[in-house]
Design a protein around this ligand. Structure first.
Ligand code: ADP
Length: 450
């Protein structure tokens, strides 16, 4: 299971808390201990000074017993290390010359040492002072050592750790709630996600969701529009079909009209079939949009061959419209789906023929440019007014509805072209001048860069 924010905060807080307690405890005990040892040393040196002033070296060392207030151990050592007097020892003591504090005192005038005492947790602190006659006066006392200081601090440390545990538990609960709540709030209202982004770090995330939301809405709207348009487009031919059929069926049509009506019915059904064909194609393209494996199916396709085939197919239509139709260029390959590319080229040429004039010309040209492979369909037909140029690629958008219908248009041709280009990573540009003609260019990426 994934770790929760609460657990994560708790872990971090605990780690920080415990670490800081330990560090503080260790450091402060060490500092305290240093000060403590300093003070003992100071005290011992004062006592030693006092005793040395009070002590008359010519008299019996036993007089030392009355000095120092009885709190310290007093030892008198001659310059060869023999212990002349010690206020705690019962018998004779061994030679003290090797003791560090004595050596130091003999050499420098004063010496200091600290050694572990017999009592656990205690150390003996020594201070030695060289007297004017060469003898060394040493005072010593037992006091707690570093470990004892730590030991005495232990309960306090334990209590602090417990407190930290409680505090970090509470804090993590509180913090995680405060941190997570705004996120939950944001997630709860995706509609207005942009209005309450709690943290700067979440801005890109929120923006993505917002974008997604907007895309969903707009595609929903487009779908609705499309459905409404489709229904409308289907209804018109069906209404006239049903009208003519009714006339024939009821016997109201004169026998000589039946044939004309039947022809009208045939034409309208033909229109319906074309329309439904286009709609099916668009919906197939739509679904391949969501299919990322589509480009795996792409293969090298000779665009010139496609253009030539398309020109051949449409030659009859062109002749009927008294329009010259021809293809130019050399064999050039793009990565794509042959069927789709054929459809794209056919739609463009079909438009160029239909929105043309008798005696007009349509040229399909395929050529390789540095930036890609270009398929260009150029006509010298009626052209598209500037205000419509942006919109002709929309579904069911027509400049002149009656002309489109009269020539068998569905209003979906360029939408299909746009969709196929998109799937091929191609870019479309349209240049048109009213009354002069139209050029539509589709620029495909080079094959090696696909
Ligand atoms: P349609 O089936 O009506 O031709 P399209 O989507 O193919 O639909 O084209 C949309 C509109 O763009 C057409 O109705 C027409 O007004 C305009 N159009 C397309 N191609 C040309 C062209 N080559 N010359 C002039 N107008 C064009």
């Amino acid at each position: 299971m994934r770790q929760s924010i609460k657990e994560k905060i708790l872990c971090h807080l605990l780690a920080i808390g415990l670490l800081s307690i330990l560090l503080t405890a260790i450091l402060s005990a060490a500092m305290f201990y240093r000060a403590f040892v300093q003070q003992i040393r100071q005290e011992l040196s004062t006592v030693a000074q006092e005793i040395s002033t009070a002590y008359d070296p010519l008299s019996d060392p036993e007089q030392l017993s009355g000095l120092g207030g009885g709190a310290v151990r007093i030892t008198l050592i001659s310059s060869d290390g023999t212990v002349r007097y010690d206020n705690t020892a019962n018998g004779a003591l061994e030679n003290h010359l090797t003791r560090p504090e004595i050596q130091q005192a003999l050499a420098e005038g004063a010496g200091w040492d600290q050694r572990t005492s017999d009592t656990l947790g205690y150390s003996t602190y020594y201070y030695a002072l060289r007297l004017e006659n060469g003898e060394v006066l040493r005072v010593a006392m037992d006091a707690q050592d570093l470990y004892a200081v730590y030991n005495s601090a232990l309960p306090a440390v334990a209590i602090s750790c417990g407190l930290i545990l409680l505090l970090s538990g509470w804090l993590s609960l509180f913090l995680s709630r405060r941190l997570v709540q705004p996120i939950e709030q944001m997630a709860g209202d995706l509609e207005h996600i942009g209005e309450h982004i709690p943290y700067r770090e979440l801005e890109p995330f929120a923006r993505t969701i917002q974008q997604d939301q907007q895309n969903r809405k707009s595609s929903e709207k487009l779908r609705q529009e499309f459905t409404a348009n489709v229904s409308h487009e289907l209804k018109t031919p069906l209404t006239s079909i049903s009208g003519y059929a009714e006339l024939i069926a009821s016997g109201m049509a004169k026998p000589e009209d039946v044939r004309t009506f039947a022809e009208k019915i045939q034409r309208e059904s033909g229109r319906l079939l074309t329309l439904i064909g286009d709609i099916i194609q668009l919906s197939e393209l739509d679904s391949s949009d969501e299919n990322p494996q589509l480009s795996d199916r792409f293969e090298p396709v000779d665009l010139m061959e496609v253009a030539q085939e398309c020109v051949n197919t449409l030659q009859v239509n062109a002749q009927k419209a008294y329009v010259t139709l021809l293809a130019e260029g050399v064999s050039t390959f793009v990565q794509g789906d042959r069927g789709m590319l054929m459809e794209l080229c056919t739609n463009l040429c079909d438009n160029a023929i239909r929105y043309n004039r008798a005696g007009g010309k349509v040229v399909v040209r395929v050529h390789s440019l540095p930036e890609g492979v270009q398929l260009q369909v150029m006509d010298n037909g009626i052209g598209i007014p500037p205000e419509h140029q942006q919109r002709v690629f929309e579904r069911f958008y027509r400049v002149d509805k009656s002309r489109s219908k009269a020539t068998g248009g569905t209003g979906l041709g360029l939408a299909i072209v746009k969709h196929i280009s998109m799937l091929h990573g191609a870019k479309i540009t349209l240049e048109s001048q009213e009354g002069k003609g139209t050029v539509i260019k589709v620029l495909f990426p080079h094959r090696d860069r696909h």
